[in-house]
Write a protein that binds this ligand. Structure first.
Ligand code: FE2
Ligand code: FE2
Length: 451
């Protein structure tokens, strides 16, 4: 493959040296191997009697229900918080698996980025092991605590009633029609990206995407995780093509990855503190706590990579065009709006509305952990989500901490609009009365959907 040379100084740049060091340190570490071992040997029963993190790392912590919960229920809420948080983390890390490959295909088109590409390949492999461990432990935990019902498709239905979704004989026809439409759409995306919007950057079109295209595969996109939720699938396919063509937008992906890294560290670091306390006291360390510890160690290498690319390396490439700046700003704006614009009263260190958690919480309250009737579950949902309590205030503290960290990093990125550079949407989300008002509306709708 012919690589493009970009103007380079005689001295290696600071980020090149740091990438070398970061790559070497990561290669020499064995955190991933430890996680793989813990994954293979995990049995819920062996760790079911211990807390996996401080009590505040529990679902519904600080709510009136938590105050009344028995010690067994509190322990279950502590374990289910781990499973919930790492389920979301697995989805966001699947975004990294995809875009690490897409963007390495762009950086690899230039001279001088071989170590960076090797680093991204290593990180991708590590994410695969992390995701596997999160799924194994999360699944076994939920299975033990909630039973099979935790894994039913989320179709609301009245007891004994029919599911609201139905399929008919036309469904196959609809699939064929959608395939034709989507391949036309993909052609249009490719045309606009490579012939119009980013035509001057076709030479850096990702090798990874070229290979998928040659095999006739669709443009990849995911619909879960922090990045996967910011737009509909087709818009994300267009985004994939964009950051798989423009080096500036390839670097922009790492700004979203950095946001995800910091969002994770904000609560995962508490598990690391817990791990160290147990270690100091020579206590047995539950496997999930050890997974959290080893994961944060792995992720500290990943965070360094994200920061280097998002804050320094992007300057190696031509200044962004007005179009590239627009895409970058829309991406960060949507990431704030979708993942960081609220304050949860039920899931600590989570900055989105409780709306997405209502159905799982409703099921939890009726599961063997609480064994409440449908009516009691609705009353408790209201009490936990529609009034001020300690859980909201605790989340406010996590919010403040993350905001300070992100603002420091975003401050120097002059291509960002002020609403993004100052994280204004995220800032406004730290509002308890607003969160409660929103929850009241959502719970009312939810109750209506059940009646
Ligand atoms: Fe990870
Ligand atoms: Fe990572």
């Amino acid at each position: 493959m012919v690589k493009t040379a970009i103007s380079r100084q005689s001295k290696p740049k600071k980020h090149e040296k740091l990438t070398e060091i970061n790559y070497r340190n990561n290669t020499e570490s064995d955190y991933t191997e430890t996680i793989e071992f813990l994954d293979k040997t995990f049995e819920y029963d062996a760790h079911s009697r211990d807390y996996w993190g401080q009590p505040e790392l529990s679902l519904l912590y600080g709510t009136p229900l938590y105050e009344q919960a028995s010690s067994t229920q509190k322990l279950a809420l502590n374990h289910l918080y781990w499973a919930t948080q790492y389920n979301q983390t697995a989805a966001t890390e699947a975004n990294a698996v995809l875009y690490n490959q897409v963007t390495a295909g762009v950086f690899g088109a230039f001279n001088g980025y071989d170590t960076l590409c090797q680093m991204l390949e290593l990180e991708t492999e590590q994410e695969r092991s992390h995701i596997h461990a999160f799924h194994t432990i999360g699944y076994r935990t939920k299975r033990a605590l909630l039973g099979k019902s935790a894994f039913n498709a989320s179709i609301l239905r009245k007891p004994g009633g029919k599911p609201k979704l139905a399929f008919n004989d036309f469904s196959n026809w609809i699939v064929v029609k959608n395939l034709v439409n989507s391949s036309l759409q993909e052609e249009a995306f490719r045309f606009f990206t490579h012939k119009v919007l980013l035509r001057h950057q076709v030479h850096s079109y990702s090798q990874y995407l070229k290979e998928l295209e040659a095999k006739g595969e669709p443009i990849p996109a995911q619909t879960t995780g922090l990045l996967g939720q910011i737009a509909p699938r087709s818009a994300l396919q267009f985004f994939t093509l964009n950051c798989g063509t423009s080096p500036f937008l390839a670097c922009l992906f790492f700004l979203t990855r950095y946001m995800a890294n910091m969002l994770l560290k904000n609560w995962e670091y508490r598990y690391v503190q817990f791990y160290r306390e147990l270690n100091q006291k020579d206590c047995l360390i539950p496997a999930p706590t050890a997974v959290s510890y080893n994961h944060l160690m792995d992720e500290s290498f990943h965070t360094t990579t994200s920061r280097l690319i998002a804050k320094d390396l992007y300057k190696d490439f031509p200044q962004p065009t007005a179009y590239e700046k627009l895409i970058a700003n829309l991406t960060i704006y949507r990431a704030q709006t979708i993942g960081l614009s609220g304050l949860s009263g039920s899931v600590p260190a989570t900055f989105r509305s409780d709306a997405a958690f209502i159905l799982p919480l409703y099921r939890l309250l009726q599961s063997p952990v609480f064994d409440l009737s449908a009516q009691e579950a609705q009353i408790w949902l209201q009490q936990c989500l529609c009034q001020e309590h300690e859980g909201f205030h605790l989340n406010g503290k996590y919010h403040q901490h993350l905001l300070t960290e992100l603002r420091q990093s975003f401050d120097s990125l002059d291509y960002l609009w002020p609403v993004n550079r100052e994280l204004r949407i995220f800032t406004l989300g730290n509002n308890i009365s607003q969160a409660i008002k929103h929850n009241r509306k959502v719970i009312e709708q939810f109750s209506r959907s059940l009646s």
